[in-house]
Design a protein around this ligand. Structure first.
Ligand code: GLP
Length: 241
């Protein structure tokens, strides 16, 4: 595990963007695993800034997002489809047919999970998986549990997760109770994982995830088993490391 700490948000965003751009430059047909939440917003902004002034292209890149809320139409203001268009896809040259996000509004969610797993399988291995970290140690929407699920599945969101994400909705009642998420098994199969974490409120879970016991009670702790994990922390999130 390679842990890098940054004294500013901008430097962390730049470092993460450089790793992702470097991946695309060395592997033009890269398969990227992408994340949502507050943490990657600045990273995507930096990628877009570099895209606008640099010589690299996403034309042959394929992306798979980690997760999506159940019950939100894809064009809902808080869907992760909308998030990705707003923060990244609308500003780069990637063909939309190469951008994959699970459809949380599909009529048959279990079929949707199978379809999504098959798409990932067909694309071959994910070259680089970007991850954020939930306050309870979730990655994607894999919540703490007695056992973790390998592939894409429907998950009941923990109350703490709904509360954390309520800031994006008008009221907590509007936060979906379920989501579709790729499994920890799929995440761990990525060739390289880039975990980005910011903020004092994540310091304790960062310590548990990276230095604590490997347990399904803290899904991110399983990342300790990955042979190629890069962790980017701001100094607040790194306070207990
Ligand atoms: C969200 C997402 C995760 C994300 C996490 C942390 O619920 N499903 O993929 O990593 O929570 O989000 P944030 O970066 O806003 O703290």
């Amino acid at each position: 595990m390679n842990i890098l700490t940054f004294d500013s948000d901008d430097k962390l965003n730049e470092a993460a963007a450089n790793i992702i751009i470097g991946q695309i430059q060395t592997t033009p047909r890269a398969v990227l695993g992408l994340a949502t939440g507050g943490t990657p917003v600045g990273i995507y902004k930096e990628i877009v800034r570099e895209f606008q002034r640099d010589m690299f292209s996403f034309r042959r890149v394929t992306t798979f997002n980690l997760d999506e809320y159940v019950g939100l139409p894809v064009d809902h203001s808080q869907s992760y489809h909308t998030y990705m268009r707003k923060h990244l896809f609308d500003h780069i040259d990637i063909p939309s047919s190469q951008c994959h996000i699970p459809d949380g509004h599909a009529p048959d969610l279990h079929e949707e999970c199978r379809r999504y797993d098959a798409l990932i399988e067909n694309a071959g291995q994910i070259d680089l998986q970007l991850l954020g970290l939930g306050h309870n140690g979730h990655i994607g929407f894999n919540e703490p549990a007695h056992a973790l699920i390998r592939g894409t599945h429907v998950v009941d969101l923990a109350e703490a997760t709904r509360e954390a994400n309520a800031r994006y909705f008008d009221a907590i009642d509007e936060v979906p109770r379920q989501a579709l998420t790729i499994g920890v098994g799929t995440i761990l199969k990525a060739k390289k994982i880039l975990l980005a974490v910011k903020g004092e409120d994540k310091a304790e879970i960062v310590e548990r995830a990276l230095k604590g016991p490997i347990t399904t009670d803290c899904p991110a702790s399983l990342l300790q088993t990955h042979p190629n994990l890069i962790v980017l922390l701001d100094s607040a999130a790194a306070r207990r490391m």
